[in-house]
Design a protein around this ligand. Structure first.
Ligand code: AMP
Ligand code: MG
Length: 321
């Protein structure tokens, strides 16, 4: 069975094609800026402009024709309404045109499930660190549960906001990753873990004040910021692993591409005799393959949907699935 999955929750329009347990294609095009962040209408406009190219690119990569597709899946939420609507609309059109079933999936769970498919992880705790989302997710008692999460912005949005403040464009995370390697001095920053949750708003304000004071180099700020917020994320992930008695940690989301976060996660797992699973970057960032895979999995598990219940769910939580 072949599933074509469409991802469009935010900056990325991605199309993945999965046949049984094999990813045949994972093509995407992402909206970027030279300065400033994501403007929803512009991101949606970007998706409309490139959707044709991305869909045909994925089909040719997979060496199949549209008529070979058996199932259409799409990210139904959570995400930016303007962007979600484009993916949902294209999925509906394809489903009606091809007379094939349609499945809307939860984007956060797709990150976890693609990780399980592509690594040997069996029942991991997922540190899902992306632009808009930051959650510690695990499957317990028959459903996905959130063991800790951000109380304000996602860690990626936080990185991007600081990058914007110091004059870097969107996405800022990869630029800060590079810049942090030149940092030499650790500058103490607020460390904000509240129970199992984290918060970045106060740290961002503090960083901006430090940057504005001109007493610190950008490299030292980037380095200290990464050390601090990644330690926060791993502290709560570690506690979730102990609480659930799980010996596997999976990283997911765009921030999981960060080399320092990967290094720290591996170290924490080593110290706890646990395994750390890290995906190729193309499966960490938002991608269509994970949507295709979860659509296929849910379809095979018996989920059925019709066009009428494919309305987008911008605030759909992981623990509501
Ligand atoms: P996603 O929404 O999952 O596609 O992730 C996008 C987020 O990942 C953006 O906020 C990026 O700044 C961030 N990101 C991508 N690569 C890196 C990196 N190497 N280091 C830190 N953040 C990154
Ligand atoms: Mg994501």
């Amino acid at each position: 069975m072949i599933c074509l999955g469409i991802e469009s929750t935010a900056h990325t329009f991605g199309v993945g094609i999965v046949k049984d347990k094999k990813v045949l294609a994972n093509v995407k095009d992402s909206y970027t800026t030279n300065s400033g962040g994501i403007i929803p209408v512009n991101a949606a406009e970007h998706h409309i402009e490139i959707c044709d190219k991305v869909i045909s690119g994925a089909l040719s990569k997979a060496k199949i024709k549209l008529k070979d597709v058996d199932l259409i899946s799409f990210s139904q939420g959570p995400g930016i309404g303007h962007c979600l609507r484009i993916g949902a609309m294209i999925a509906r059109v394809l489903s009606l045109k091809l007379k094939k079933p349609i499945i809307g999936v939860n984007h956060c769970i797709a990150h976890l499930e693609i990780g399980k498919l592509l690594t040997k992880a069996k029942n991991p705790v997922l540190l899902y660190a992306s632009g808009a989302n930051t959650q510690i997710i695990a499957f317990e008692g028959g459903k996905y549960r959130i063991f800790g999460e951000t109380l304000d912005s996602g860690v990626g949005n936080f990185l991007d906001a600081f990058a914007r403040h110091i004059g870097l464009g969107f996405p800022g995370g990869p630029k800060l990753d590079k810049l942090s390697k030149e940092g030499k001095n650790f500058i103490e920053l607020p460390y904000v873990v509240k129970g199992m949750d984290v918060s970045f708003g106060g740290i961002l304000t503090n960083l901006k004040q430090k940057f504005n004071s001109r007493r610190y180099t950008n490299a030292d700020l980037a380095y200290s910021m990464q050390e601090t917020v990644f330690a926060m994320l791993l502290e709560v992930s570690e506690r979730a692993m102990f609480h659930c008695n799980k010996k596997e940690l999976l990283l997911g989301g765009g921030v999981a591409c960060n080399t320092r976060l990967q290094e720290m996660a591996k170290k924490m797992c080593r110290e706890n005799c646990s395994k750390c699973f890290i995906l190729e970057n193309q499966f960490n960032v938002d991608n269509g393959a994970m949507i295709a895979w979860l659509g296929l999995k849910e379809y095979k598990d018996g989920k059925r949907q019709n066009i009428k219940n494919t309305e987008i769910k911008p605030y759909w939580r992981t623990d509501e699935v």
